[in-house]
Design a protein around this ligand. Structure first.
Ligand SMILES: Cc1cc2nc3c(=O)[nH]c(=O)nc-3n(C[C@H](O)[C@H](O)[C@H](O)COP(=O)(O)OP(=O)(O)OC[C@H]3O[C@@H](n4cnc5c(N)ncnc54)[C@H](O)[C@@H]3O)c2cc1C
Ligand SMILES: NC(=O)C1=CN([C@@H]2O[C@H](COP(=O)(O)OP(=O)(O)OC[C@H]3O[C@@H](n4cnc5c(N)ncnc54)[C@H](O)[C@@H]3O)[C@@H](O)[C@H]2O)C=CC1
Length: 443
């Protein structure tokens, strides 16, 4: 019987384990460094910002669920080395006991690690990342303290903006820094982020854009941060300047992508045919780019895990590729995007055009109505859709972005969207939907 060892049991590893256990009688061993697994870090800002009552709901499964399906689960066990020749994984438990597991198939699901700004003083106390549950707990406890008044968040990407909101909701003075000149620069064009920046500023968040941190100062604990533009008193620093794939275990054995991610094919297979890689430690295939790239998202982790598991049990399915669809909701302002923005397309040499519309969600006669912004990004020559961004105070927009995701995957052109059959009901939208309208006026 095939024996699969899965290293890392967060979203990607769990999805792979489920796919194997639900579709076969195969032997599965799951090895995880942490005590808990399945922590939905996406809920951290809601928990720490006290928008939900408890952290408990952020864990969606546990070891018993997998043991009940027949898996052997080793938690608080760190894999140190892998002998790819002999096909043996070497690990050590928290008690210091050395353990080994042989494998026929190996799934690397070791995720990602936050990037550390390489500046003096980074070892001071009260400087943290926000990735693991334990870091969420630490931030939650520090927010409780009255002497924690000034919170600096470095990086106005997804984690940074969400944590800035959470800190503000806990009554803190919040300073949000980014090397670039606006928030969320990787996902949205300025037409959208200008509104989000106004929203952040209107809620009292101090924005420090185009400002690189040069040093953290303090005796034991951080007391100040120094940038090229000034010095600021701070009690806590949350670093959120992006992730890198955690490739420690196999970087010398497997082929890697430019940023170090394990290079995988559409079956999640690495350059070693018995080794699969899934989630944040692996590459994905971008349908917008029509090329391999790296996008760290829980949604990708789940799907890639599923694909690897199915292939291991003999269902040779291929990943359909990804669009990197994502969303954010800050103080009631919602933004969703998929594929590439105009600015990010340029970085990947995608020659694009775009069409914009600003309209109300519903007909004017409806009492409750919200403004909606939509930008559709399409390739200049083929006219296929390669991205879309939407923003509004209504969360109704969130489902529309899924349609754009499918349009990118299926290579639909912007012209095909102009006459697409979209239903109408005043409670939800306009007789002629803004998606049709935006596509109709595409240059
Ligand atoms: C604050 C925050 C909010 C986020 N919000 C969203 C969101 O809203 N939507 C979204 O799609 N994505 C979101 N993400 C990103 C998402 O959490 C990640 O993409 C996802 O966790 C990747 O899952 P993974 O299983 O590949 O890796 P990880 O979650 O990084 O898990 C890897 C696991 O491997 C284990 N491991 C690593 N090395 C070893 C070893 N040597 N031995 C044993 N175990 C090991 C680790 O302990 C860990 O449990 C968010 C991330 C953060 C931090
Ligand atoms: N809602 C969602 O879908 C969420 C997704 N995630 C995912 O988790 C991953 C990590 O998130 P983030 O850490 O927020 O990364 P990110 O890539 O979203 O943002 C990093 C930000 O840091 C800035 N930056 C980079 N170097 C800097 C420096 N030296 N000084 C100041 N600013 C600097 C960048 O300009 C960027 O705005 C991403 O892949 C993200 O998509 C995280 C949270 C929520």
């Amino acid at each position: 019987m095939t024996k699969t060892v899965i290293i890392g049991t967060n979203h990607a590893g769990l999805a792979a384990a489920n796919a194997i256990l639900d579709n076969s009688e195969q032997e599965v061993v799951m090895i995880e460094r942490n005590e808990n697994f399945s922590y939905l870090s996406c809920g951290t800002a809601l928990w720490v910002g006290q928008q939900i009552d408890s952290v408990d709901g952020l864990f969606y499964t546990n070891r018993e669920d997998f043991e009940a399906k027949g898996a052997k689960v080793r938690t608080q066990t760190i894999v140190n080395t892998i002998d790819f020749e002999q096909k043996v994984v070497h690990a050590v438990t928290q008690q210091g006991e050395e353990v080994e597991e042989s494998y026929d198939k190996l799934v690397l699901a070791t995720g990602s690690i936050p990037i550390s700004p390489k500046v003096p003083g980074r070892e001071l106390e009260n400087i943290t990342f926000m990735k693991h549950y334990e870091e969420g707990q630490k931030i939650d406890q520090l927010f409780e303290r009255k002497d924690m008044e000034n919170i600096a968040v470095i990086g106005a990407g997804y984690i940074g903006v969400e944590m800035a909101e959470a800190a503000k909701r806990r009554g803190k003075n919040v300073l949000l820094f980014d090397a670039l000149d606006r928030c969320l620069p990787s996902y949205y064009d300025a037409w959208f982020t200008d509104d989000m920046d106004k929203n952040l500023a209107n809620h009292g968040i101090e924005l420090h854009y185009g400002e690189l941190v040069k040093e953290y100062k303090g005796t034991d604990k951080v007391e100040q941060i120094v940038t090229e533009k000034g010095e600021y008193d701070v009690d806590l620093v949350i670093n959120a300047i992006g992730f890198l794939p955690n490739n420690q275990l196999a970087k010398d054995h497997l082929e890697l992508f430019a940023n170090g991610a394990y290079l995988v094919d559409r079956h999640q297979q690495t350059s070693d045919p018995d080794v699969y890689a899934v989630g944040d430690c692996a590459t994905v295939y971008s349908n917008a780019l029509q090329a391999t790239t790296y996008i760290a998202l829980a949604s990708n982790a789940l799907r890639t895990g599923m694909v690897a598991g199915e292939n291991i049990v003999g269902n040779a399915i291929e990943s359909p590729g990804v669009q990197g669809s994502n969303g954010i909701s800050i103080f009631g302002y919602h933004m969703v995007s998929t594929g590439y923005s105009v600015e990010s397309a340029a970085k990947f040499d995608l020659n694009v055009k775009y069409t914009d519309i600003e309209d109300t969600q519903k007909p004017e006669f409806m009492k409750e109505n919200d403004n909606v912004k939509l930008r559709i990004v399409y390739e200049a020559t083929s006219r296929r859709v390669v991205g879309a961004q939407m923003a509004s105070t209504t969360s109704d927009i969130s489902m529309a972005i899924h349609m754009f995701s499918l349009a990118i995957e299926r290579q639909v052109t912007v012209d095909e969207l102009a006459r697409l059959d979209l239903f109408f009901l005043p409670h939800f939208n306009q007789p002629y939907n803004y998606i049709n309208k935006a596509a109709l006026v595409a240059e």
